[in-house]
Design a protein around this ligand. Structure first.
Ligand code: NDP
Length: 333
């Protein structure tokens, strides 16, 4: 049985950073990845915590990767889009390079986009929309993955698990954030269920013959399914178009072809939209968008059994910061 131990959030960061630096990842890349991985571990999002370090390290086998990449920012004053070229490094460092310029652009124009190109994206998307929302902006994020998911009616993987995330700033509360895969289950959740010897919920995947399966191995060899049938399939398609076609980056099935060692480290782009809510309401209207949102949250929470997305994460965060994080000794192997 795996041994467990309790580490402070800072110690988890040091552990992640050390593992990445030891493998030859540059400081700029390793610090950004370690921050992302630690945030996930702290917020109880284990499928993107220390569990992911071997995927980052595994990606180094790929000839395409540049573990010392210094992202470059392209800010054309005539455009609303900030481009960041990740130069085949990992996504977290490219995002960090793009935050300030896209927020300045959104402040100036009301709406701006951040186009992240040529990165390995192994992470969850809530850190970026939460960061932007904490700075007062409404934010959306979209990215592809590798070909893991069959389109509605099909049986072969074509789409990625294609997540999308949304952040909404709040005055006296942390931002409202949701972040969800367009598949029923995220890939990492299936891998974690496999490691724990668990079976999958119904409707999550089909095997290589196109038959429904609850077996994680058969699901990983077959195809995952989108949530809500054709509706999730259209969202996955939209994300391929936004993060792939619109940015001139690769589709999920092309990312799989580049993943020659089958590490499961998706390559491609991420598309973010950033809105300054000060520009939202009709000019001259007495309505206050932030207050209107609070009325909606209140009406939602008045119903028993509801909660806001991100509340679970914020509670987990509070606990981790107070008590530390329990990690299993093989959670990074
Ligand atoms: P979940 O289904 O676990 O959660 C999706 C969202 O729903 C979360 O924001 C969650 O908030 C919220 N939520 C859950 N239950 C409720 C509820 N009862 N009421 C209100 N809100 C609720 O996420 P997924 O399994 O779909 O995705 C997991 C992660 O995997 C995501 O972070 C995603 O970005 C990542 N991913 C990354 C990929 C990549 O290639 N980079 C590919 C696919 C996924 P809360 O967190 O508070 O529970």
């Amino acid at each position: 049985m795996a041994k467990e131990k309790r580490l402070s959030v800072d110690a988890v960061y040091e552990r992640a950073l050390d593992q990445l630096l030891t493998q030859g990842v540059s400081a700029v890349q390793a610090e950004a990845i370690a921050t992302t991985v630690t945030s996930a571990e702290r917020d109880g999002c284990l499928s993107h915590g220390l569990f992911r370090i071997p995927f980052y390290i595994g990606a180094l086998k790929n000839d395409l990767i540049n573990a010392a990449a210094q992202p470059t920012v392209i800010d054309n004053p005539e455009s609303s889009v900030i481009h960041v070229d990740g130069h085949n490094g990992f996504c977290p460092a490219a995002l960090q390079a793009g935050y300030e310029p896209v927020m300045a652009k959104a402040k100036q124009r009301g709406i701006a986009a951040l186009a992240i190109h040529n990165v390995y994206n192994i992470a969850a998307l809530w850190p970026e929309v939460e960061h932007l929302a904490r700075n007062g902006f409404v934010a959306f994020a979209f990215t592809g993955a590798n070909a893991f998911v069959a389109p509605a009616g099909g049986t072969k993987p074509l789409f990625g698990t294609n997540p999308m995330a949304f952040g909404w700033p709040r005055k006296d509360h942390p931002p409202l954030v949701f972040d969800q895969a367009s598949s029923v289950c995220a890939r990492g959740e299936i891998q974690l269920m496999k490691n724990a010897g668990e079976t999958l919920p119904d409707g999550c995947a089909i095997d290589a013959n196109g038959q429904p399966t609850n077996d994680p191995d058969a699901a990983l060899a077959g195809a995952q399914l989108t949530f809500g049938g054709h509706k999730g399939s259209s969202i996955a398609l939209m994300i391929e178009l936004l993060a792939g076609a619109l940015l001139g980056d690769v589709f999920s099935y092309e990312s799989s072809e580049l993943d020659k060692h089958n590490i499961g480290a998706p390559f491609g782009g991420e598309f973010l939209m950033v809105i300054d809510p000060a520009h939202g309401v009709l000019p001259g209207s007495p309505n206050n968008g932030a207050e209107r949102a609070e009325q909606l949250f209140e009406a939602l929470l008045a119903q028993e059994g509801t909660r806001l997305p991100s509340d679970r994460r914020y509670k987990a965060r509070e606990k981790s910061l107070a008590e530390g994080i329990v990690i299993s000794e093989n959670s990074d192997s």
